[in-house]
Design a binder for this molecule. Structure first.
Ligand code: ADP
Length: 743
């Protein structure tokens, strides 16, 4: 089957059979179609958008080998492990492998067994490798993290430039680029550098609806971090710090407070970095405290929170770093703890950049500063920053929309008090000083300057100094104040003067620390994904997943995603048929882990008196309706050796389901199912072909077989004038073989 239309329709089956997914995510079908039709493509989906399956599923469906370019060994390894666990022949070649391991991979390519090969660009672009691939059947090239080819991107890797030769060396073979990068400039650069031919542009929404964004001014940072961590016991999270020193200090403080946290930054030895990263991936530790050096090689799908303990240098970075949370589509929290000192630090670090780059860097800083001090929906602010429309009026997944921030009731008066104080101190002092004057501080410097005599002294004495500092930031980010000179002294802008005269309006936030705590789980995304889930069982299954992962030498999320564990703890399957219906469970995982997990579920549910096999609509509500009776598994001795799909098919035959029905449920073709049916009939020694073939058709086939024999189907088909189907003949013959020989 090589027609793209036929292949396309088989992809749903591939998705179900190998990954246990029922539908495509946005743009996945379009991205796969581009591959099947051999049109180059640039696919831009946010992290967690499901880019990998866009090339993995077509690689399975197409003849030949798909070559995937990936920048990091850790990324390749995780993907190959994940594919292998799903039953898809995949491998990587990299510098950490021995010659004999590489030879083994080459042999698998030559034999045509391998469907996906992961390779780093510098290795792919050696003459030896390219020559070898020219003699192999390459189905297409997929360039993962394609922004690495662009010097405009945030992670330029010169070795990616070597990929330019793919187009000339493999002129007829599709090249497909995948990235989460948001800027248009980078996307076009990717296409140009790779020499793509009128590529299909598939740009997804940058919104990540499952991420709950919260922005807070940094105060007692360890306390703030702990309140988030405490809301996620036993769940994985990343704490980002700006500097290595902060990483070490924070990790140390958390460890002293009894949390298992590991540091990660470029100053650690390679061995330590690998050790800490592995501990995080394998869930030996749940918390990693890191600089942004950590993340690119991380495919871990169940990171449940990302905390920034300082503002990153741009919204692009923020999007990228928070993107590492909730890749599995389940809710995850993103906390941004910031202070104005962060922006001062970044500006200082960027001072020596060439003029253009500096101007660009400062613009980016303003963007993130506005985000920190802003009062619009965080999802909207992010999406609109990337020039996309955000239509929802309430995302129900950020501090603003969840009403976790208070707006000051009369912002004009408060703003005027602040601005006039800036004017009274002759626009010669910084934010901290102005805030102190406004709250009526007795600081020696203020008294010495005689500023306790100003009309604005103590005008906001009922407020905390930090609150006034926040308001100053907010007024700056809204363009009413500006910082100038080496000491960042505050000046009132033209807009600020308008505000002083009451001709403009400002918005001020009142941080409401007590309104909603980090532990509060009131976001829209959260409610849905835990619905009906037995959390105790979830924990039992999580432990089991970890054991299995250890045995297989892979991280737990490679065995099952959290979505799958939740679905298991919600629907509580105890039969293979029901296990196979769980989200994220394909054929191979049913065969490999079905017994283990269903046993654990059965045992837990018996102890806790929980209903099992809640497979229908009850599942979502977690109703404790009695379990439905399940069809018995056919001849259990035989069943042990059956593949999961076949076993499921046998269960359904037992219920008398039609070939078409079973084909749909098992995502197999009808002809495969009729083969299974013949085998089922042979095993069960059944002589009656009902309900698959009716009596009169069966008698006609028997008649014809008496004349032309039962060895081949075609003569029977022709003898009956092509009025019966091959499937009917196959089933009838299977039953006839069970009939006692006629005397
Ligand atoms: P990206 O590479 O875009 O960051 P991934 O390919 O890692 O995203 O996918 C993120 C998660 O979503 C993975 O666990 C993946 O298996 C899952 N996923 C991808 N496509 C689907 C789908 N159609 N249905 C359900 N889950 C999916």
């Amino acid at each position: 089957m090589t027609n793209p239309a036929d292949l396309m329709s088989s992809l749903t089956g591939v998705l179900r059979q190998y990954w246990g997914y029922d539908s495509f995510r946005p743009l996945q079908a379009e991205a796969m179609r581009a591959i099947l039709e051999n049109r180059d493509s640039v696919v831009v989906l946010p992290t967690g958008g499901g880019k990998s399956i866009c090339f993995q599923a077509p690689a399975v469906a197409l003849p030949g080998l798909a070559v995937v370019v990936s920048p990091l060994i850790s990324l390749m390894k995780d993907q190959v492990d994940a594919l292998t666990e799903c039953g898809i022949p995949a491998a990587c070649v990299n510098s950490s492998m021995s010659n004999s391991e590489r030879l083994q991979v080459a042999n698998r390519i030559r034999s045509g067994e391998l469907k996906l090969l992961y390779v780093a660009p510098e290795r792919l672009c050696t003459d030896k490798m390219l020559d070898f691939l020219e003699t192999s059947q390459v189905s297409f090239f997929a360039i993962d993290e394609a922004h690495c080819i662009s010097a405009w991107g945030h992670d330029f890797r010169p070795e990616y430039r070597m990929l330019q030769q793919l187009r000339s060396r493999f002129p007829g073979i599709g090249v497909h680029a995948y990235t989460a990068t948001a800027t248009e400039h980078v996307r076009h650069d990717i296409s140009e550098q790779l020499g793509l031919r009128e590529p299909e542009w598939l740009i997804g929404s940058f919104d990540r609806p499952n991420l709950v964004y919260r922005v807070q001014r940094k105060s007692d940072v360890v306390k703030q971090i702990r309140s988030v961590i405490d809301a996620h016991p036993n769940e994985s999270g990343i704490v980002y710090c700006i500097s290595r020193r902060e990483v070490d200090e924070t990790a140390e403080l958390l460890s002293r407070a009894g949390y298992k946290a590991r540091p990660y930054h470029a100053g650690l030895s390679d061995a330590d970095r690998i050790r800490h990263q592995d501990a995080f991936l394998n869930e030996d530790t749940h918390i990693i405290v890191a600089t942004v050096a950590f993340g690119m090689g991380i495919d871990k799908s169940n990171v449940r929170y990302v905390i920034h303990t300082g503002a990153p240098k741009s919204l692009e970075h923020y999007q990228q770093e928070t993107g590492r949370a909730g890749r599995d589509g389940l809710e995850a929290e993103c906390w941004l703890l910031w202070t104005s000192a962060n922006f001062i630090t970044w500006r200082r670090m960027q001072e020596d950049l060439p003029d253009d780059a500096r101007a660009q860097a400062y613009e980016s800083l303003k963007g993130i500063e506005r985000f920190c001090t802003g009062v619009v929906c965080r999802h909207k602010a992010l999406v609109e920053h990337f020039n996309q429309l955000y239509e929802a009026s309430n995302c129900k997944a950020c501090d603003v929309c969840l009403d976790q921030l208070d707006l000051v009731a009369d912002p004009l008066i408060v703003s005027q008090k602040i601005l006039s104080c800036v004017v009274r101190v002759k626009e010669s002092f910084g934010a901290d000083y102005v805030a102190q004057v406004l709250v009526g501080s007795k600081d020696a410097r203020i008294l010495g300057n005689g500023h306790d005599q100003l009309s604005t002294y103590g005008l906001l004495k009922q407020e905390k100094k930090e609150t006034v500092r926040d308001w100053i930031e907010q007024l700056s980010s809204q363009g009413f104040l500006v910082r100038v000179g080496e000491y960042n002294t505050l000046k009132v802008t033209d807009e600020g003067w308008k505000l002083l005269k009451g001709q403009a309006s400002a918005r001020l936030l009142k941080p409401s620390a007590n309104k909603k705590s980090a532990a509060d789980k009131s976001s829209k995304v959260d409610a849905a994904s835990w619905e009906g889930v037995d959390q105790q069982l979830f924990e039992v299954l999580r432990g089991l997943r970890r054991q299995v992962a250890e045995g297989h030498g892979v991280p737990p999320f490679v065995i099952f995603a959290d979505t799958t564990l939740r679905d298991l703890a919600r629907r509580r399957p105890t039969t293979m048929t029901n296990f196979r219906q769980i989200h994220g469970v394909g054929d191979k995982k049913t065969a490999d882990f079905g017994t283990l997990f269903t046993d654990a579920i059965r045992e837990h549910c018996q102890q806790q008196k929980l209903s099992v096999d809640v497979m229908g609509s009850d599942a979502a509500t977690g109703s404790s309706a009695p379990a439905k009776p399940q069809p018995p598994v056919v001849n259990s001795d035989v069943a042990v050796s059956l593949s999961a799909a076949k076993q499921l098919a046998f269960d359904l035959f037992r219920e008398g389901k039609s070939i078409d029905h079973v084909a749909t449920v098992t995502a197999r073709s009808p002809s495969t199912i009729s083969d299974y049916l013949s085998e089922f009939i042979a095993i069960t020694q059944q002589c009656d072909p009902a309900p698959w073939v009716n009596e009169s058709v069966f008698q006609r086939i028997r008649e014809a077989a008496r004349t032309v024999g039962i060895e081949r189907m075609k003569p029977i088909f022709e003898a009956l004038g092509e009025t019966v189907t091959y499937d009917q003949i196959r089933v009838a013959l299977a039953c006839m073989r069970n009939l006692p020989p006629v005397g």
